[in-house]
Design a protein around this ligand. Structure first.
Ligand code: G16
Length: 538
């Protein structure tokens, strides 16, 4: 059997040859991501690794998602999902990178057996994989490469078709918890809609239906999936206008629209008609991120990004805990260097919640959030969720309320935990979370925005010769290499009131990102420009 696997791996590998590519493949912020035409061999090899990962974990189901989320239509990517719906354990990224970079069919087979031997994995043990993809044109061919990898490794696999990234995370957790005392839900898209809709209806009981919201779906998979969710919710629960939902014209994906566009450009996406004080939202290409926004009477644009969502959620949860009388539940917030300075100050000084700062990437934020009883984590770009620990859920379920008011706060917290995807940041689930809080507070977008005022900020993407030359420390807030560059940034920052700037290599695009904030719009723009200029010629 093992010899058969070896020969199959080499045989299929010769069909999925590694391209001549002068840079090494790297498992980055969210898996492998690059131009789709370079990915065939990588996806084949990820299939092999997924099989090993499942075998190592006693046959628990591992997820494989083919998506490049916010990247342009010509890119694609692939990432692995661990059994509880979390990102692949970091120590395995090294093996993913080794597999992807093996130069020959024989070297790949050797790496496969080396990993099995090092980690004491029985190659005849059962293994199960669940996979899916977004709407990109390159998806079907990459799925074929994945299937070849899974077949070569002798894996059992299920195709979940076209779905959002968070839906696959949800399904993986459902499959692996099905036989436990706390099953997460039905492992299907229908089960996902059912769970979210039931929790939303429960948490909104007695509250007015949210006002009309316009949602820009980035011309990605989020459009049709949101339409399906709305269908299950029924128009009596929620009404939304979906714009930019053309998934047939695949070249339109993320173009002039979507969460990344709105966050970085700080303006309305194409196709959204500005109605004063109405709520708008944008999803990204695989619907794991969401940002909100509105315009005032003067048509001025206001962004309600991941920092604003985190602050809204933390405030609401803290209020509910206080009313409920449940004690000893610590609420904490996890952010990255991109968090606006005003949001961190608001969380620490006004809400008095502890704030942790981690490197970019949900994999980092998620683990830090698990250290709190209720961990709220959001990247400024709108990627995040709220995690309730098992002990907290138990404490809420067994709490003996002394009044109907206390009971209602406990019930709201429990329904909220079901509205919020517990596996990963999820645009559809976060949409329901935000609508819930606004309904409970009787707030519109401008009331939400009033908690604190963002410091003006600018995010710039700079293409450099070698982004891997940029090494950081202190949760990506300071550069260690190229040597001397951080000192130059510090010199510039000193000249600006409330100035802050950092530079880091993107883990999803072949570029470096420059972030700057300062007291005024002009100064933030100027600081970002000057720091970007330091990178020229590097
Ligand atoms: C991915 C990650 C996010 C990250 C973003 C940008 O988002 O999941 O955690 O913030 O990339 O990362 P980087 O700055 O390293 O390119 P998505 O929505 O594209 O999956």
């Amino acid at each position: 059997m093992i010899l058969h696997q070896l020969s199959q791996i080499e045989k299929f590998s010769s069909v999925h040859r590694r391209p001549d590519f002068d840079t090494n493949f790297a498992y980055g912020t969210a898996g492998f991501r690059m131009r789709a035409d370079l990915l065939d061999s990588v996806v084949y090899r990820v299939g092999l690794l997924a099989a090993l990962r499942s075998r190592k974990l006693d046959g628990e189901t591992i997820g494989v998602m083919i998506t490049a989320s916010h990247n342009p239509p010509e890119d694609n990517g692939v990432k692995l999902i661990d059994p509880q719906g979390e990102m692949l354990e970091a120590s395995w990224e090294v093996y993913a990178t080794k597999f992807a970079n093996a130069r020959s069919d024989e070297e790949l087979a050797r790496e496969y057996f080396n990993v099995a031997e090092t980690l004491k994995i029985r190659l005849d043990a059962p293994c199960k994989i669940a996979y899916g993809r977004d709407t990109r044109a390159s998806g079907p061919a990459l799925v074929s490469a994945l299937k070849d990898g899974l077949s070569a490794a002798g894996a059992e696999f299920s195709d979940y078709g076209v779905l959002t990234t968070p839906q696959l995370h949800y399904i993986v957790k459902c499959i692996n918890t099905a036989e436990t005392s706390s099953p997460y839900g039905e492992p299907s898209q229908a089960g996902y809609y059912k769970k979210l809709a039931a929790a939303f209806k429960a948490v909104m009981k007695g509250k007015p239906k949210p006002g009309l919201i316009t949602i820009d779906a980035a011309n990605g998979v989020g459009g049709p999936k949101l339409a399906e969710l709305l269908e299950v919710l029924g128009s009596e629960s929620l009404e939304a206008v979906i714009v930019n939902d053309d998934v047939e014209a695949t070249q339109k994906l993320n173009q002039q629209c979507g969460a990344d566009y709105v966050k970085t450009q700080q303006k309305l996406p194409a196709g959204a008609e500005p109605e004063a004080l109405q709520l708008y939202a944008s999803l990204d290409g695989d619907a794991d991120r969401i940002v909100f926004y509105y315009v005032d009477e003067a048509k001025k644009f206001f962004l309600l990004d991941g920092d604003k969502i985190a602050s809204l959620a933390a405030m609401f949860i803290q209020e509910l805990l206080e009313v409920s009388g449940v004690e000893d539940v610590e609420v904490g917030v996890v952010q990255t260097a991109y968090a606006n300075g005003s949001s961190t100050a608001y969380l620490q000084d006004v809400l008095k919640v502890p704030v942790t700062c981690t490197s970019t990437g949900v994999k980092h934020l998620h683990h830090a959030a698990q250290l709190y009883d209720i961990g709220v984590y959001f990247e400024a770009n709108g990627h995040g969720t709220v995690l309730f620990s098992a002990a907290t859920i138990k404490a809420l379920e067994s709490f003996e309320a002394a009044s109907p008011g206390q009971q209602s706060a406990v019930d709201t917290l429990l329904s909220l935990a079901d509205v919020i995807n517990q596996t990963v940041g999820d645009a559809l689930s976060d949409l329901l979370l935000v609508l819930t809080v606004l309904a409970h507070k009787s707030w519109g977008p401008s009331e939400w925005n009033m908690a604190y005022t963002d410091l003006p900020n600018r995010l710039v993407r700079v293409v450099v010769d070698d982004r891997f030359a940029f090494k950081t420390e202190d949760a990506e807030r300071r550069l260690v290499e190229p040597q001397g560059l951080q000192a130059q940034i510090d010199e510039l920052v000193k000249k600006y009131k409330f100035g802050r700037s950092f530079v880091r290599a993107s883990g999803t695009e072949d570029a470096v990102r420059v972030y700057a904030e300062a007291a005024t719009r002009l100064e933030a723009d100027e600081l970002a420009l000057k720091v970007s200029e330091l990178l020229k010629g590097l």
